[in-house]
Design a protein around this ligand. Structure first.
Ligand SMILES: [Zn+2]
Length: 443
C-alpha cells in the first residue's frame, strides 16, 4: 500500500516548473497590492525599486530583505496592509530579544489560508481525520496553538487542546482518552515519557500515540529515534517547521519517506516562496549546501512578508525534487541546523547547540532533555565552552565518567575542548516549550 496521501493532489503533484509558474503569477499580484502601501513603497525604495517591479523571481531576488529591525522601526503595527477593521486577530513573535513584533490576520488569512496550509501538513504527516489529537502547543499571541486549532478543525480531527505543561493531567489523559496523534515540543514529550515510567506507566503499552508533529525546537535525529523507541510500536515523530512571520508552522513537514532521511518538504510553495541563501553573499545555495531560509508570503492579506530573513539554517537536500512520495515541486531540506544567531565560535570552530545535543542524546547515562552550555561572552566568540549535563537516575555509570564521555565525544566529533560538569538528574531547568540551551554567565 502506498504511504502517500495528498490533501491537494492538483498542487502537490505538480512539477517544479508548474509551482514556479504559480509563484510568478502570485508575485505580480502581491507586488501590485503592496504598491498601494506607503510602508512597503518606502521599503522597496531602499533598493531603488517599487513593489510593482516584483513580477519575476529575478526581480524578487533584487528586492530588499526584511528583518526584525525594519519592523521594530514601524512599531506598533508594522507594514499592516489592511485596515484594522478587517484584522480579526494578531499573532506575535516570542520577543526573546526585545518587544514582540505584531502580525495581523484577516478572516481569509485565518479561515482560508492557514486552514489550507495546515490541512496539507496534517495529511502529509499521516494524521487522519479519525485521530484524537493532543494539541500541546502554547496559545495567546504565539501562533503554534492557534494554527493547530484552525488546521484540526478544517481537517476534521478531534482536538484536545491541552496546550503545554500540566504533566500529571496529560499523563492521565494520554492513557484514558487514548490520544492517537499529538503536537508539542519533543522535549516535553520526552519529559512526559520519563514521568510515566516513574509512575509505573509504560507508554509503549498504555498509550495509543502513533504520530506526532514536533516543532518549536529543533532536536537531533538521535533524540527523535529515542522518542520513537519509547512510544508505541510504529510511532512516527515528524518534524514540522514554520515561523510567526510565515503565518505559523506552515513551511516544512516530513513525509513518511523523507522522515527516514531526516528531511522535510517545503510543502506550501504555492502560497510561500522559500529562498535558501548563503547568509554572507545572499546567493542561492546548491543541493547539499547550507543556507538561510528567506521567505515571501504570497497570499497573506494583513501582514505579508517579502524576503523575510528567518536566520534559520538548513541544508538543501542532495536531491531536492526526488522524493518517492511524488511531491516533485516541493523541495526537500534537512532539519533546522541552528539559527545564525545561535552560532558559537570556539577557537575559530563554528558550533551549533544542536551538535552538542546530538552528542548528549547518544551518550549512555546522560539525560537527553536537560542540559545547557554556559559561556562568558555575549558575542559568542569563545576560547572554551562549559557544558552542564545530568546523569540518569537509573544509570550505573559514575557521574565523572558520563562527563568524560561527553567531553571526549565533543573533542573527537566537533574538534573543540569543553569543560563538562555532570549533575544528578533533576538539577537543571526543564522547559515546556522552547529550551534555553546557551546561558551567558553574568560577571
Ligand atoms: Zn516526500
Amino acid at each position: 500500500m502506498s504511504k502517500t496521501a495528498y490533501q491537494h493532489p492538483e498542487v502537490e503533484c505538480l512539477d517544479r516548473d508548474a509551482i514556479l509558474a504559480i509563484q510568478k503569477r502570485k508575485l505580480a499580484v502581491l507586488g501590485g497590492r503592496l504598491s498601494t502601501s506607503p510602508d512597503w513603497v518606502a521599503h522597496f525604495r531602499s533598493a531603488g525599486m517599487s513593489p510593482a517591479d516584483m513580477v519575476t523571481h529575478d526581480a524578487l531576488a533584487a528586492a530588499p530583505t526584511l528583518e526584525k529591525v525594519n519592523l521594530r522601526d514601524l512599531y506598533p503595527f508594522p507594514m499592516l496592509t489592511n485596515d484594522m477593521s478587517t484584522v480579526r486577530r494578531f499573532i506575535a513573535t516570542s520577543g526573546t530579544t526585545g518587544l514582540p513584533v505584531m502580525f495581523g490576520m484577516t478572516d481569509r488569512d485565518l479561515d482560508h489560508l492557514l486552514a489550507y496550509q495546515m490541512c496539507r501538513i496534517l495529511r502529509a504527516a499521516g494524521v487522519e481525520p479519525s485521530d484524537r489529537f493532543y494539541q500541546g502547543y502554547g496559545y495567546g499571541l504565539w501562533v503554534g496553538g492557534l494554527a493547530l486549532d484552525v488546521g484540526l478543525k478544517a481537517y476534521g480531527a478531534t482536538n484536545f487542546p491541552l496546550g503545554p505543561g500540566r504533566a500529571e493531567l496529560a499523563l492521565a489523559y494520554l492513557r484514558d482518552h487514548g490520544y492517537t496523534a499529538c503536537s508539542m515540543s519533543p522535549l516535553w514529550l520526552m519529559t512526559l515519557v520519563t514521568a510515566a515510567h516513574e509512575m509505573g506507566m509504560d507508554p509503549r503499552r498504555d498509550w495509543k500515540l502513533r504520530v506526532g508533529l514536533f516543532g518549536g525546537q529543533s532536536v537531533s535525529a538521535a533524540f527523535r529515534d529515542q522518542l520513537e523507541a519509547a512510544l508505541p510500536s510504529g510511532f512516527v515523530a515528524h518534524n514540522i517547521y514554520g515561523t510567526t512571520e510565515a503565518g505559523g508552522p506552515v513551511l516544512g513537514i516530513s513525509c513518511p519517506y523523507s522522515h527516514d532521511r531526516d528531511e522535510m518538504h517545503l510543502i506550501n510553495e504555492d502560497t510561500i516562496i522559500t529562498e535558501i541563501l548563503d547568509p554572507a553573499t545572499m546567493s542561492p545555495v546548491g543541493p547539499g549546501e547550507v543556507g538561510e531560509l528567506v521567505i515571501t508570503t504570497l497570499d497573506r492579506e494583513a501582514s505579508p512578508v517579502v524576503r523575510w530573513r528567518t536566520r534559520d539554517l538548513v541544508r538543501l537536500s542532495d536531491h531536492p525534487y526526488d522524493c518517492p512520495c511524488g511531491r516533485k515541486g516541493m523541495p526537500l531540506v534537512g532539519r533546522i541546523i541552528g539559527r545564525s544567531d545561535d552560532m558559537l565560535k570556539v577557537r575559530g570552530v563554528i558550533v551549533f547547540p544542536t551538535q552538542i545535543e546530538d552528542i548528549i542524546a547518544n551518550t549512555e547515562g546522560a539525560v537527553k532533555e536537560a542540559w545547557h552550555i554556559v559561556i562568558d561572552r555575549e558575542d559568542k566568540i569563545l576560547e572554551e565552552i562549559n557544558i552542564e549535563i545530568e546523569k540518569t537516575r537509573g544509570s550505573n555509570v559514575p557521574r565523572e565518567d558520563v562527563a568524560h564521555r561527553v567531553q571526549h565525544a565533543v573533542h573527537s566529533r566537533i574538534g573543540i575542548r569543553a569543560n563538562v560538569i555532570c549533575h544528578e538528574e533533576g538539577t537543571l531547568p526543564r522547559y515546556e516549550a522552547k529550551a534555553v540551551r546557551v546561558h551567558v554567565r553574568k560577571n
